[in-house]
Structure formats: C-alpha cells, structure tokens
Design a protein around this ligand. Structure first.
Ligand code: HEC
Ligand code: HEC
Ligand code: HEC
Ligand code: HEC
Ligand code: HEC
Ligand code: HEC
Length: 420
C-alpha cells in the first residue's frame, strides 16, 4: 500500500512540475524562448557566469531580474568593450567593479538570441529561488578503496599466522604437560616419530611420481606462457599513463565544474590532424584576473614573462611551459582528429574517457592497432550530407558511365591529402 501511495505522490508531483514548466514556458514566450536561451547560456556564458553565484563574471540572476533595460543589456552582451570604450557610464562602472576583466563580445548572437538568453536567466533564476527546488546534495558512491582491500587482506593473513603459531604452542604445551604427568611414555615418542616418517615418505613418493611431476611442470609452463603472452602484448601500450604536469591544471575543474567547452582550448581537434595543447595566452583570458595570488598561476605568468603588478609582458623573459605529452602514436601511424571528431562525429570521451572528471589527464584507451580496428569494424558511418562521400558517389557515377576518372576527382587536389 505504501508503495502505491508513493507512486501516486510522485506521479502527481511530476504532473504539477510539467504543468508549471509549460505555464512558465508560455509566459516566457512573450519575450524570448527560455529553452533556446538555456542552450546558448550553457555553451557561451556558463564558463564565466552562474545564475545565483559569482564566478569570473557576476551572478546574472539577480542582476538581469532587476535590470529591465533589455536594450542596454543586449548591446552589452553584443560587445561590452565597445560600450566601455564609448564611455557609457554604466558600462565603465561595471567594468571597473570587476577589476577590468573584459567580457568577450558575442556578435554572433542576434537580438532574438539574446532575448532568449535573458528569458532563460530570469526564469531559471526564479526557479532556483523557490525553496522546494533546492537540489538534493549529490551523494558520491564510492566502492571500497584499495587501502581498505589491502588492509583486509593483511588482517586475514595475520589471523592465519596467529592460528598457526597458537596451534604449535598448544601442541608443545600438551606434550610438556603429558611428559610431566608421566603419561607421555617412550611408546608415544616412537609413535610420533613413525607418523613423521610416514609423512616424509608420502611426500617423497609424490616427488618421485612422474605423472605428478609432469602435471606440476605443465601447469607451471602454461602459467608462465600466459604471463609472457600478456606481457608481450602490453609492451609499448601505455594505457593509464598519467605523468605529473608542470602546472597543476585540472580538467575536472575547468572542463567539468566550469563546463568550458573542449573546443575553447583544443579547437584544432575540429579543424585539423592535431588537437594541440592551448597556448598560455588562452589561460590568460581568465587568469589575468582569476587566482592572481596562486603560485600555480604565477608559473603561467613566469612562462609568459608577465608582470601582474605592472600588467606588462616582457618577451625576453618568456619561456615555454613543457607539458608532458600523454597520448603518442608512433610515427608510422596516421591519425587525424578532424576526420573523427568533425566528419565521424565521435565525441572526445569515446576515445579519451571522462576527461571532464580527471584532475590529471591519463591515457584512457590502449591506442593499439586492435583498438582502432575494432572501432572501425563496429561504427556505422553516416554518409548523408557529407562532402567526402558525395565526392565518392560522384566518382562512382563517373565510373559507371565509363568517363575518365582522374586523381583530382578522387580528392587528389585537396591540401590535406598531401600536407599535414
Ligand atoms: C570569459 C568570461 C565571460 C563570458 C564567457 C561571459 N561573460 Fe558576462 N561578464 C564577464 C565579466 C568579467 C563581467 C563583469 C564586467 C566586466 O568586467 O566587463 C561580465 C558582465 C556581464 C553582464 C553585466 C552585469 C552587470 O553588472 O550589469 C551581463 C549582463 C553579462 N555579463 C552577460 C553575459 C552573457 C549573456 C554571456 C553569454 C552570452 C556572458 N556574459 C559571457 C565575463 C564573461
Ligand atoms: C582551459 C583549457 C582546456 C580545456 C577547456 C580543455 N583542455 Fe584538455 N588540455 C589542456 C591543457 C593545458 C593540457 C595539457 C596539460 C595536461 O595534460 O593536463 C590538456 C591536455 C589534454 C589531453 C592530453 C593531451 C596529451 O598530452 O596527450 C587530452 C586528451 C585533453 N586535454 C582532452 C580534453 C577534453 C576531452 C576536453 C573537454 C572535455 C578538454 N581537454 C578541455 C587545456 C584544456
Ligand atoms: C574561462 C576561464 C578560465 C580559463 C580559460 C582558464 N582558467 Fe584556470 N581557473 C579558472 C577559475 C575561475 C579558477 C579558480 C576556481 C576556484 O575558485 O578555485 C581556475 C583555477 C586554476 C588553477 C588552480 C589555481 C589554484 O591555486 O587553486 C590552475 C592551476 C589553473 N586554473 C590553470 C589554468 C591553465 C593552465 C589554463 C590554460 C590552459 C587555465 N587555467 C584556463 C578559470 C579559467
Ligand atoms: C577516434 C578517437 C579520438 C577522438 C574522437 C579524439 N581523440 Fe584526441 N587523440 C586520439 C589519439 C589516437 C591521439 C594521439 C595522436 C598522436 O599521437 O598522433 C590523440 C591525441 C590528443 C591530444 C594530444 C595532442 C595532439 O594533438 O595529438 C589532445 C589534446 C587530444 N587528443 C584532445 C582531443 C579532444 C579535445 C577531442 C574531442 C574534440 C579528441 N581528442 C577526440 C584519439 C582521439
Ligand atoms: C571510436 C571509434 C574510432 C576509433 C577508436 C578510431 N576510429 Fe578511425 N574512424 C572512425 C570512423 C567512424 C571513421 C569514418 C569517418 C567518416 O569518414 O565518416 C574513421 C575513419 C578513419 C580513417 C579514414 C578512412 C578513410 O577511408 O578515409 C582513418 C585513416 C582512421 N580512421 C584512422 C584511425 C586510427 C589510426 C585509429 C587509432 C589510433 C582510429 N582511426 C581509431 C572511428 C574510429
Ligand atoms: C598532390 C599533392 C599536393 C597537394 C594536393 C597540395 N600540395 Fe602543397 N606541396 C606539395 C609538395 C610536394 C610540396 C613541396 C614542393 C617543394 O618542396 O618544392 C608542396 C609545397 C607547398 C607549400 C610550400 C611549403 C614550403 O615551406 O615551401 C605550400 C605553402 C603549399 N604546398 C600549400 C598548399 C595548399 C594551400 C594546397 C591546397 C590548395 C596544397 N599545397 C595542395 C604537394 C601538394
């Protein structure tokens, strides 16, 4: 009965929630589409702004809810630095208030897009303010740690040793007691010795038994063969490789908690063969104002020859940071990121694992030939709307019609086919 009432309760709650959301949606529609705005906010604003907490930029919920001058907000979001440069007093005041951290311009968003974002900020913040919407704390589920397992194993081994020792002690004590009593006679001594000799003879018989020796040797051979086989397959496979990096840069914090898009730093993965590591200037977009006192951030300043007091760069003092490369295919393999990420639409995490939860990046996949091939065997390719396959179809048609097919028709004029 309890469970039925529980289900009913949950059902009515979700109906209420959906009705509420629908009503909110229609209310918001008058000005902007909050659902669309949420998408824009997540990709472009969430790395610096939260609705209810200060981040790199101020908490937007209270500001945008109280400031109803949407025209000014729109021009700020399109290009805040232009407003500051034009001497708009409100813009200059805000810019000063946040230690002159410039907000990047967003000319790519239309007025309607910005209206959607503002609608999302207002409705999203109103939602957060409702007391029953407080998120329940996330309880992290953790399996037994290795320390616990090791400790348990140690306890078991210790208990075993103690039992053995106690057994021996009890045995010799019994012998002593019976000797004192006089119940322990020479016959007993003899009997004990006979038992010992019998045991020895049994062991000797086993050792001399050819079948048994053969069996042991066979098992030993099989075990060492399997071990060698595995070891050979693992040579040059660096799965799990996790070197210590020169700066304690955390993907968990930047890509996970702050939700900075991978593309912000590794844009190469979408356009070229190499994903590439971002230059430190990318870090400075935020770290010229964020955590300026941290010794880790000072490593960035030192590497760039940047003086945080004077806010000047001295190129003569600059020296590159030596990130330790983690993923490394041998030179005999050609691997192209954009082919997989952009054309194949494979997400980074399929190959690199949950990078957004890693404090320090490690090599998640084996990067063996078997790994590449297994994925190629099972992944279906979507050929629709793909220029590469359109060209293949065209060539196919030419062959069918008996026309001359040149290397150029097969893409032999494309820069990327001959150049890295
Ligand atoms: C790289 C960080 C960054 C990103 C990304 C960013 N902002 Fe900002 N934003 C700031 C900072 C910093 C300020 C404080 C003002 C200043 O220093 O220019 C600010 C200020 C603002 C303000 C003015 C607040 C006030 O006091 O009136 C609004 C509105 C705003 N941001 C909206 C947005 C929206 C919408 C987006 C996404 C389209 C966005 N921001 C993306 C950093 C950012
Ligand atoms: C703020 C910039 C930034 C963002 C955002 C970012 N990265 Fe990185 N990434 C770095 C830097 C710097 C390194 C080099 C240091 C290191 O290995 O931690 C790196 C290293 C890596 C490496 C290891 C490269 C090697 O040496 O083989 C992988 C894989 C990677 N990032 C994937 C991702 C993925 C996937 C995302 C998105 C979920 C992401 N990164 C988001 C800056 C960033
Ligand atoms: C979009 C803004 C942004 C970018 C880009 C960015 N960071 Fe950060 N980073 C932050 C913020 C915000 C924090 C502080 C979070 C907190 O309050 O602890 C931080 C924290 C750190 C810390 C920890 C500092 C400490 O002592 O706690 C390190 C190290 C760091 N970042 C390195 C980097 C490096 C290296 C890059 C470039 C590859 C980079 N960050 C790019 C916003 C950014
Ligand atoms: C199909 C698997 C696959 C996907 C998808 C993939 N990577 Fe990689 N990534 C690799 C391999 C393999 C290497 C090693 C390349 C080498 O050594 O030449 C690598 C290397 C890297 C490196 C080291 C520097 C470099 O350019 O070689 C970074 C950073 C990186 N990947 C980031 C990303 C990001 C970000 C994404 C998503 C946008 C992504 N990768 C998607 C397989 C993949
Ligand atoms: C997660 C799955 C996955 C993994 C892992 C993967 N690939 Fe791929 N690969 C694909 C897909 C999907 C395509 C087809 C993309 C397209 O053209 O639509 C592809 C295409 C290719 C192509 C182009 C083939 C052609 O005919 O144009 C090459 C070359 C390639 N991969 C090399 C590699 C190498 C080298 C590795 C291992 C280091 C690897 N791939 C790992 C999924 C994967
Ligand atoms: C069929 C193969 C092929 C194609 C396609 C191709 N290239 Fe080249 N490219 C070469 C070769 C080979 C060289 C070196 C010639 C030499 O050293 O004299 C070269 C040299 C160059 C150079 C001079 C590099 C230097 O350092 O001297 C540039 C720039 C260049 N190519 C750009 C392009 C661009 C842009 C495209 C696409 C529109 C392209 N290439 C397409 C084969 C090709």
């Amino acid at each position: 009965m309890r469970s039925i009432s529980l289900i009913l309760k949950q059902f009515s709650r979700s109906v209420l929630l959906i009705a509420g959301l629908a009503m909110m949606g229609s209310a918001a529609h008058a000005q902007g589409d909050a659902a669309k705005g949420k998408g824009i906010f997540t990709t472009s604003c969430a790395s610096c702004h939260k609705l209810d907490k200060n981040g790199i930029g101020p908490a937007l919920g209270p500001i945008v809810t109280s400031d109803t001058n949407d025209k000014w907000l729109t021009s700020w979001i399109h290009n805040s630095q232009a407003l500051v440069a034009a001497g708009d007093p409100k813009a200059v005041a805000i810019y000063k208030q946040y230690n002159e951290t410039p907000m990047p311009p967003f000319p790519q968003y239309s007025d309607a897009d910005v209206a959607d974002v503002l609608a999302y900020i207002r409705t999203g913040y109103a939602e957060l303010q409702k007391p029953d919407n407080a998120q329940p704390p996330v309880v992290e589920e953790k399996g037994p740690s290795t320390m616990m397992v090791l400790g348990l194993a140690l306890v078991v081994v210790l208990a075993f040793v103690i039992i053995l020792v106690l057994n021996r002690v009890v045995g010799s004590l019994e012998k002593l007691v019976s000797k004192k009593d006089g119940t322990y006679t020479e016959q007993d001594e003899l009997a004990a010795e006979v038992v010992k000799a019998e045991r020895k003879a049994k062991v000797m018989a086993l050792v001399m038994n050819k079948k048994f020796v053969f069996f042991v040797a066979l098992v030993g051979f099989i075990v060492s063969f399997i071990w060698m086989w595995i070891a050979l397959w693992r040579t040059n496979v660096h799965q799990g490789y996790q070197p210590v990096q020169p700066i304690k840069y955390s993907h968990e914090l930047h890509a996970g908690v702050m939700k900075i898009d991978c593309q912000y730093c590794h844009s190469g993965a979408y356009k070229s063969k190499n994903a590439s590591i971002p230059s430190l200037n990318v870090c400075m977009n935020c770290h010229n104002a964020v955590k300026t006192e941290s010794p880790e951030i000072h490593k960035i300043y030192d590497a760039l020859g940047y003086d945080p007091e004077k806010r000047t760069y001295d190129a003569s003092k600059a020296r590159p940071i030596q990130w330790v490369r983690i993923h490394n295919l041998p030179d005999l393999v050609y691997f192209n990121h954009s082919q997989h990420v952009k054309v194949g639409k494979i997400i980074c995490q399929d190959c690199h694992g949950p990078v957004q939860t890693m404090k320090e990046v490690y090599q998640y996949s084996p990067l063996t030939m078997k790994w590449c091939i297994q994925c190629h065997r099972r992944t279906e390719v979507n050929t629709k709307g793909n220029a590469y396959y359109d060209k293949m179809f065209a060539v196919h048609e030419m062959i069918k019609k008996g026309e001359k097919v040149t290397a150029a028709a097969m893409g032999g004029l494309e820069c990327g086919k001959c150049h890295y």
